[in-house]
Ligand binder design. Structure first.
Ligand code: C2O
Ligand code: CU
Ligand code: CU
Length: 425
């Protein structure tokens, strides 16, 4: 395309054969390849056109998780792409830079399609973020990591068990479609874009030598200031960008990224310098919404385990819209995981974790369990994690019209109906 203000992409969903575990083959699904999909890049104000072609024998949809687009092109359960068809949504993003992702969202099939390999990253840029001098050489010092747990049969085929209480949780960590990979990294600051693309499990990430790192971005973009930490937990669907200082490493030095306490990615220094980043206290300014301006409140009770999950006691119905609200209205949504965590009623009372994801916007977390949210949640968010008994208040304000989803991002829960839809007018 000769017009620089238009970015045009094709994503073709198809079958593949992948080497996820060394020397074994696995039947998978992928976009434009055997597994996962290309990283799509966009800039503020640029028109994006994506041609999504479905070469699968099943229907599918593609949802742009984290992107603020109108309901018509959001790719939720209504925008079905039948076998052999192509869907070509177009939109212009005005939101700040972020690491987002895309994945299928077909009612009842989201979990299996994602599990088999459909999904990819979306990196959106703006001037504020690119003027900060952050590492931005893709795959060198700006490294995307799609983190997913999986289980396999001995012959290498994927083992999928959706009937567990907490959804499908694998015993092996796959990063960018590989089990036990390694990455060469420079002896510089390195920016890792973490996505927990797992179906159901929350994962903790840290380094094998417990070195500190800095979280610089949450789901929806850069934080106001870097947050120093030694580990970070991400629920399915959540993203974080972290900066790790490898400046003093020598060629050949190695450190592991641990995912849920297993050495999942070996980072080996190659001794080169690729940036001169200096950590600053200030990243970007985020316009904070004021809870005094809230015009309406809503409550979302997340409840149940396995297939008996619901939001406010309701199971998803393609034909019913739970509520509607106007563009521009500030609302406070109180989200509670009402699973009983007190014990005493046997298995079912141990409580299940849920996460709450909303389409069509980035929201702000007002409180977690009555207190200020942790610093890493004080930026733009689209997904929040709730342990049994937890309560999170979020502030929402929509800018685009359409029908959008809210749901648990445990994909087995979502497919079991832990989802609702609303209309922005
Ligand atoms: Cu990541 Cu409704 O989805
Ligand atoms: Cu989404
Ligand atoms: Cu859930």
């Amino acid at each position: 395309n000769s017009d620089p203000a238009i970015a045009e992409y094709t994503l073709t969903a198809d079958y593949g054969i992948s080497e996820i575990i060394p020397n074994m083959t696995t039947n998978t699904l992928g976009y434009n390849g055997n597994l996962l999909g290309p990283t799509i890049r966009s800039k503020v104000g640029e028109a994006v056109i994506i041609h999504v072609k479905n070469n699968l024998m099943d229907s599918t949809t593609v949802h742009w998780h984290g992107l603020i687009v109108s309901g018509k092109v959001d790719g939720g359960p209504h925008q079905i792409i039948e076998t052999g068809e192509t869907w070509s949504p177009e939109f212009v993003l005005t939101q700040p830079a972020l690491t987002a992702w895309y994945h299928p969202h077909l009612m009842g099939e989201t979990a299996t399609q994602v599990y088999q390999g459909l999904g990819g990253l979306w990196i959106h840029d703006d001037e504020a973020s690119s003027s900060l001098g952050l590492p931005e050489t893709y795959g060198v010092d700006d490294v995307p990591l799609i983190i997913q747990d999986r289980a396999f049969y001995k012959d290498g085929s994927l083992y999928y068990n959706p009937n567990m209480m907490n959804g499908a949780v694998g015993n092996v960590i796959m990063i960018n479609g590989k089990v036990g990979p390694y990455a060469e990294v420079p002896s510089s600051w390195v920016r890792l874009r973490l996505l927990n693309g797992s179906n159901a499990a929350q994962h903790k990430m840290n380094f094998s030598d417990e070195r500190p790192f800095y979280q610089i971005a949450s789901d929806g973009g850069l934080l106001e200031s870097p947050v120093k930490m030694t580990s970070i937990e991400l629920a399915p669907g959540e993203r974080a960008e972290i900066m790790v200082d490898l400046q003093s490493t020598q060629k050949g030095d190695a450190v592991f990224l641990m995912v849920s306490n297993t050495k999942s990615l070996k980072l080996v220094s190659n001794g080169t310098k690729t940036n001169n980043y200096v950590l600053k206290d200030q990243l970007v300014e985020i316009e904070k919404w004021d809870s005094a301006d809230v015009e309406n409140e809503r409550y979302f009770d997340l409840e149940g385990v396995a297939h008996m999950v619901s939001i406010n006691g309701e199971s998803f119905d393609m034909n019913s819209v739970a509520f509607s609200l106007p563009v521009g209205r500030l609302e406070k949504w109180t989200v509670s995981n009402v699973s009983d965590s007190s014990g005493g009623m046997g298995m079912m009372s141990s409580g299940t974790e849920h996460s709450f994801h909303v389409h069509g916007l980035q929201f702000q977390v007002l409180s977690r369990n009555g207190a200020l949210p942790p610093e890493g949640e004080r930026g733009w968010k689209d997904t929040v994690f709730l342990k049994p008994g937890e309560k999170v208040e979020i502030l929402v304000k929509f800018t685009l019209e359409g029908v959008f989803m809210y749901h648990c991002h445990n994909l087995e829960h979502e497919d079991a109906g832990m989802m609702g839809q609303f209309q922005v007018t």
